[in-house]
Write a protein that binds this ligand. Structure first.
Ligand SMILES: [Zn+2]
Ligand SMILES: [Zn+2]
Length: 252
């Protein structure tokens, strides 16, 4: 599995950090985790063609995670791609079908992909594992928006978890237990915590409690760009901590 950070930023526009988006490539499955503003530019910079995508998982519907869903669908329909897949999946939490239907009320057939779109809406009370192409996944509701889900992927005996946006969530330590790579949000420095989000210190406590092997922090507001950002986190979590950068690749 290859994990590419396409956007390590937040809702604040930045040339350095696109909004939230991660590309997962397993060999036969290519999945976008969130499609925040700027992610399509990053895919181009990476040399990845969007026709190779199997789908998009939306951790929640905030625009810094979902705003480029519509341009991607529009481009897939009218961009003259030669190798479009038979199906295009949109995965997410409760309300996803209504979210997509409301988009089609605005954009109509411009984004319908002529029947190829498959909506997979996950009930937040059901964390059962499911198969998606060659990978196994499961979701876990996190404290941010009612539809917010973290996602776990198993591939080739490795496990990966993406938190999406979250505040402190009971049971998250169990969901991330022993995972090889955790990409988790740390939106603000330790002394500037805001409701709905984590800080590096809290993320480190979760990663330690979950016995995570490696942690990548992401979803940075501009206040995060300071030298002491990781001081407390490094005291707590002794395994590797990486600060996400756009276009960073991590192989598992
Ligand atoms: Zn966000
Ligand atoms: Zn959010």
């Amino acid at each position: 599995m290859k994990v590419t950070i396409l956007g390590s930023g937040s809702c604040v526009f930045s040339l350095k950090r696109a909004s939230s988006s991660i590309l997962i490539e397993t060999g036969s499955t290519n999945l976008l985790l969130d499609a925040g503003t700027g992610c399509t530019r990053r895919l181009l910079e990476k040399g990845f063609r969007i026709e190779e995508l199997d789908g998009i998982f939306l951790s929640h519907f905030h625009p810094d995670h979902s705003s480029e869903l519509v341009p991607i669908l529009f481009s897939l329909k009218y961009g003259n791609y030669s190798n479009l897949k038979d199906k295009f999946y949109i995965l997410g939490g409760s309300g996803l079908k209504a979210f997509y239907e409301n988009l089609t009320k605005v954009y109509g057939h411009w984004i319908d992909l002529e029947g190829k779109i498959q909506i997979l809406e996950f009930d937040k009370n059901n964390s059962e594992k499911f198969e998606f192409n060659d990978i196994t996944m499961s979701t876990f509701p996190v404290n941010h928006r009612p539809e917010s889900l973290a996602l776990k992927i198993w591939d080739n005996k490795k496990t990966f978890v993406y938190s999406g946006d979250m505040d402190i969530t009971t049971g998250f330590e169990m969901f991330i237990r022993n995972c090889d790579l955790l990409v988790i949000e740390a939106s603000m420095p330790d002394n500037l915590k805001v409701k709905g989000h984590l800080t590096p210190e809290i993320a480190a406590e979760k990663a330690k409690a979950g016995n995570v092997r490696k942690m990548v922090l992401t979803h940075f507001y501009p206040q995060c760009e300071r030298k002491d950002f990781l001081v407390n986190a490094r005291d707590i979590f002794k395994n590797e901590i990486i600060l996400a950068k756009d276009l960073m690749e991590i192989k598992l």
